[in-house]
Structures are given as structure tokens and as C-alpha cells.
Design a protein. Structure first.
Length: 91
């Protein structure tokens, strides 16, 4: 009976669909990174180090590069989370 109850507990844990904590944490950190970089572009525009045209280009570059690096990190993390191919070790 104890074995059956442990199986029920295990399957109930598998049926919950929630975002894993590392994905939420990493996504939040990328959001903070993107916001900080956009803040630097904004500050550079206010101080006059960037012209309006260059600041607009920098905004686009920051947004696209932040999304691209986050997506690359997410794919790398998910590929390591549940690998499709498991190595077979021979002794």
C-alpha cells in the first residue's frame, strides 16, 4: 500500500504544469539586464553622448540582442533539463 501511495504522490507532482524556478529566475534577470541597458542608452541620450538617431538604433539593438541572448539561454537550459538522447555507458 505504501508503494501505491508513493506512486500516486509522484504522478500528482508530474501533472502540475508550472514554470520551473530557474526559468523564471533567468527570465527575470534578462528582463533586468535589458532594462538596465535601455537605461544606459536613455542616460547617454540625456547627456548628449548619443544623437537622437543613434539612440533609436541603440534601443533597437539592445532590445533585439537581449531577446536573442535570452532565447539562446532558454534553449540551452531546456536542452539540458530533459535530454532526448541519454548516453549509454559501457564498462
Amino acid at each position: 500500500k505504501r508503494h501505491i501511495s508513493s506512486i500516486k504522490q509522484h504522478t500528482s507532482k508530474l501533472n502540475t504544469m508550472s514554470i520551473p524556478a530557474p526559468i523564471a529566475t533567468g527570465s527575470f534577470l534578462y528582463l533586468i539586464l535589458g532594462a538596465a541597458l535601455l537605461g544606459l542608452v536613455f542616460a547617454s541620450r540625456l547627456t548628449g553622448r548619443l544623437s537622437k538617431d543613434n539612440a533609436e538604433i541603440a534601443n533597437v539593438v539592445v532590445i533585439i540582442s537581449t531577446i536573442a541572448t535570452w532565447l539562446f539561454w532558454l534553449c540551452a537550459w531546456m536542452h539540458q533539463w530533459h535530454p532526448l538522447i541519454k548516453p549509454i555507458y559501457e564498462e
